[in-house]
Design a binder for this molecule. Structure first.
Ligand SMILES: *Cc1c(COP(=O)(O)O)cnc(C)c1O
Length: 295
């Protein structure tokens, strides 16, 4: 295991106890500042596979605020691998914090128009003849899900409901793989209108795994990917003030909001023991204006 990942720092934070319900948060944000949350879990088997097969150049895909991009850049530097990021959208005048960091870790950035970016097959062809190992956008794929399934090692069987934000759906697929039959995995879709996500998740699951309990909720996106209306920012500050729980505006704040909203709506039966996954990505808050967050 690479020494830069600190698994011993992951802990369970108790948030709420009522007569009927317990809510805890597992703090995967603590394992590393940049390679936090699910990103190392998803990357590990791809990188092993790449190294085993003799590749020394990783190519992956993502947007300007992608935690996956910056995590891949950092890990590749640590493992002495060359790496290239194919970035969705034209190059902006100023690089986002995320991309500036990725570049400073040695990632080479290639910008593509949204239209070009959609055609991953064409992009892959541009590297024809070069010895490169491709990792899908957001680490999407079976090896990514296999790695993410190990996150369940921190969540014991007594938890009945496990909530986590979904982007590519890779982590959710992994959580489902490792879930016990009585555990329900609830994904909070942070994007608007990508009804295809549940299919992308199912593609990573066997028929048996598809019989397990899981749900994807599509109404907690707050306007869409990375959208953060004032109410959401206020909620993040509230989480900090009441629980000293840091969240990011893209993923974790929306998951926590959903958790409390579902409790209010009596979604969880009495006796439920809920685990919320704090999945890192706090670096994304660097792109918010200064002073709007209390942490
Ligand atoms: C990447 C990420 C997710 C989404 O993970 P997927 O496997 O792409 O669904 C959720 N939360 C945080 C903080 C992330 O960085």
């Amino acid at each position: 295991m690479p020494p830069f990942i600190q698994f011993d720092k992951i802990f369970i934070q108790h948030i709420l106890q009522t007569e009927n319900i317990t809510v805890d948060v597992v703090r995967f944000d603590e394992m590393h500042k940049i390679v936090s949350g699910n990103k190392w879990f998803k990357l590990q088997y791809y990188l092993k596979d790449a190294v085993n097969k003799g590749f020394d150049h990783i190519v992956t895909f993502g947007g300007a605020y992608s935690n996956h991009i910056v995590a891949t850049a950092f890990v590749c530097r640590e493992l002495n691998l060359k790496c290239t990021g194919i970035i969705r959208g034209e190059e902006a005048k100023h690089l986002s914090h995320t991309l500036a960091d990725a570049k400073s870790f040695g990632m080479e950035l290639f910008f593509m128009s949204r239209r070009e970016y959609r055609n991953k097959h064409n992009i892959r062809q541009k590297f024809e003849g070069e010895k490169v190992y491709f990792i899908g956008e957001g680490g999407y794929g079976l090896l990514g899900a296999k790695g993410a399934s190990e996150m369940m090692n921190w969540i014991d069987e007594s938890y009945t409901h496990i909530l986590a934000a979904t982007g590519s759906g890779t982590m959710m697929a992994g959580l489902i793989k490792a879930a016990k039959p009585h555990q329900q995995i609830i994904g909070i879709n942070v994007m608007k209108g990508n009804e295809n996500l549940i299919n992308a998740i199912n593609l990573l699951l066997t028929e048996e795994e598809q019989k397990k309990k899981y749900t994807l909720l599509n109404n907690y996106h707050f306007g869409g990917y990375a959208k953060h209306p004032v109410e959401l920012v206020q909620f993040m500050n509230h989480l900090w003030e009441y629980y000293q729980l840091p969240t990011d505006f893209v993923y974790n704040s929306k998951t926590l909001f959903a958790t409390f909203d579902l409790i209010d709506k009596n979604y969880f039966p009495p006796g439920s023991k809920i685990m919320v996954i704090q999945c890192g990505g706090l670096q994304g808050n660097n792109s918010l204006p200064e002073n709007i967050l209390a942490f």
